[in-house]
Design a protein around this ligand. Structure first.
Ligand code: NAP
Length: 546
């Protein structure tokens, strides 16, 4: 595909990057350091990616701020001080804006521009990228830094268009905020976004109805301002702590993963360990025992512990029972990290409605109707999640060799080599793509590793005057088989989670992230590069394979 004469063309670049979140910003910085020219397209009118869009009340990170931040620049780390254990969305946005300013990134970012299509020109070994402004731009490399959770699921309830009140989606929250004071509010969904926003909305609303289809396990954040001694310790030991994070299977130091097995631990000792981790807060509960995600018996001990906590906190036993998940093992859907979630159901102005038992039939002009009752609502909040991991990539018309569309190639589910590249799509990189640890890792750690690998790869090609790199079909098949094999060793595939695409009707059921652990994955990527990009075909401009 070449740009037609009617289209405004932009001078060619070495690389186009799509998305100005954590991934895209760092990618731009690394490409600049290589002396390459790059243009970054971003649909929003500011940097931040997920932190730009997800502005719902209570939005904050679920990994501790000290770990959920860049580690590539000691100066940046030294000058930025997080104020709370789990940074709020505004603080994260301020951080990413600071990064963009500090590294002078904005001059290469074109905001309010959505990439709509990209096609690979085989003769030139270049991509032509098109935007919703009608531009066409040519680039040697195309880096998709489009995020794993960036395409919000649209509410698809009968009667939605008849509703006379206001509707909101947690993933597209109005920038000025929303005042629910005095309103009857309904929240549909009980995933992480709902678990964070429900306690805040309940503080404002006259009445809040929570429409729960599947309960989620949630653990307390124990959020708060940092203790100065903690900060001082981090300053002194930062390099070591960062390394310990990268050595953890989930890229999270605070997980403090134990090698002890729950099934070999007496019940009183199990309880002591769980209590201690509950008191610490956050994901550390998942690190309590090494067999939690492999062995149903071990998993049940953690699930039952959280169940006991729900029953302790929630005064009405029937409500506590409805809040307890029974249909999947704990941690096989992303654990929620909350502030006062369960306690919110003790408030007089909060009602839990079990829409698994009494399904939502329709949105009505005045509210919502289930199979059992009508609920009057002034506002409805859809906290119904995302078309995860493939949604953003499939929403762009990406065409590789022979004009093949990526979304057709992925009709049966995504297939990649290392989550970094796709056979048939040369010079297209996917930062934290499906088949990489991504959402099963601290995203900051996963992103830095991927961006570093891609930058080194591009430097390797440039240094040897190579025009293209492409995953081989054989290497991709072997990697996909490995990703599936490792997932099947765990309890994860038992949950109808967004990891499997199970939350989007009609989406193929494929376990998308790589669960073999971040350290093993990083080692594999390093080995592949050290062996001259094993599993990839490298070619010169005349498309001779080297
Ligand atoms: P989610 O985990 O996919 O939760 C969506 C919720 O909506 C689920 O409870 C789902 O129920 C419900 N739902 C969807 N369609 C529905 C329908 N038609 N009727 C009734 N209920 C419906 O989405 P999310 O809460 O936005 O979180 C997605 C991910 O984003 C998280 O897992 C996390 O990785 C990330 N996130 C992180 C944070 C954080 O703490 N930093 C905050 C927000 C999001 P079913 O389970 O029955 O489908």
């Amino acid at each position: 595909m070449s740009a037609s004469s009617a289209e405004p063309t932009i001078s060619p670049f070495d690389a186009v990057i799509v998305g100005a979140g954590f991934s895209g910003l760092y990618m731009l910085h690394r490409l600049r350091q290589l002396g390459l020219s790059a243009r970054l397209f971003e649909a929003a009118d500011g940097v931040g990616g997920t932190w730009w869009w997800n502005r719902y009340p209570g939005a904050r990170v679920d990994i501790e701020s000290m770990e959920y931040s860049y580690s590539f620049s000691p100066e940046l780390e030294a000058e930025w001080e997080w104020s709370e254990r789990y940074a709020t969305q505004p603080e994260l946005l301020a951080y990413l804006d600071h990064v963009a300013e500090r590294f002078d990134l904005k001059r290469d970012i074109q905001f309010k521009t959505r990439v709509t299509a990209a096609a690979f020109d085989e003769a030139q070994s270049r991509w032509t990228v098109r935007t919703d402004r009608g531009e066409a731009v040519s680039a040697r490399y195309l880096v998709m830094a489009t995020g794993c959770l960036s395409v919000a699921n649209r509410p698809d309830f009968p009667g939605l268009e008849t509703f006379k009140g206001k509707t909101y989606h947690t993933g597209h929250w109005p920038h000025g905020g929303v005042d629910f004071t005095g309103q009857k509010v309904g929240v549909i969904g009980t995933g992480s976004s709902a678990v964070q926003s429900i306690p805040k909305i309940a503080e404002q609303a006259a009445h809040l109805h929570v429409f729960q289809r599947t309960p989620n396990f949630s653990v307390p954040a124990h959020n708060g301002p940092f203790d100065p001694a903690f900060l001082a310790d981090w300053k002194t030991n930062r390099a070591q702590y960062r390394r310990e994070g990268r050595e953890n299977g989930f890229g999270i130091r605070a997980l403090d993963s134990s090698e002890q097995l729950a099934v070999e631990t007496p019940p009183e000792e199990q309880r002591r360990v769980y209590e201690e981790r509950w008191a610490r807060g956050g994901f550390s509960l998942v690190g309590a025992f090494a067999d939690l995600i492999f062995d149903p018996a071990a998993n049940a001990t953690a699930a039952e512990f959280v169940g006991s906590k729900i029953r302790e906190i929630v005064k009405d036993p029937a409500v506590a029972d409805t809040l307890f998940p029974r249909s999947y093992p704990i941690a096989t859907k992303r654990l929620c990290v909350d502030t006062d979630y369960y306690a919110t159901f003790n408030r007089d102005n909060v009602t839990l409605v079990d829409v698994a038992a009494t399904p939502i039939e329709a949105i009505t002009p005045t509210g919502l109707r289930t199979s059992e009752a009508d609920y009057e609502l002034d506002s409805i909040v859809f906290a119904i999640g995302f078309d995860a991991m493939t949604g953003a990539l499939n929403s762009i018309d990406i065409r590789g060799r022979g004009g093949v569309a990526l979304k057709d190639r992925w009709a049966e589910g995504p297939r990649t080599y290392l989550g970094l590249m796709v056979a048939g799509f040369p010079n297209l990189f996917t930062v934290t793509g499906p088949g990489s640890p991504s959402v099963l890792c601290n995203m900051a750690v996963a992103i830095e590793q991927h961006v570093g690998w891609i930058a080194d790869c591009i430097a390797h090609l440039g240094g040897r005057q190579l025009a293209a790199i492409e995953a081989t079909a054989e290497a991709q098949d072997a990697w996909v088989a490995h990703v599936n094999e490792v997932a099947e060793m765990t309890l994860y595939p038992q949950a109808n989670s967004w990891y499997l695409g199970a939350n989007v009707p009609g989406k193929p059921r494929v376990f998308m992230p790589y669960i073999g652990g971040f350290p093993a994955y990083r080692e594999k990527c390093d080995q592949v590069a050290a062996q001259g990009y094993e599993g990839f075909a490298l070619s010169s401009a005349a498309s001779g394979v080297s």
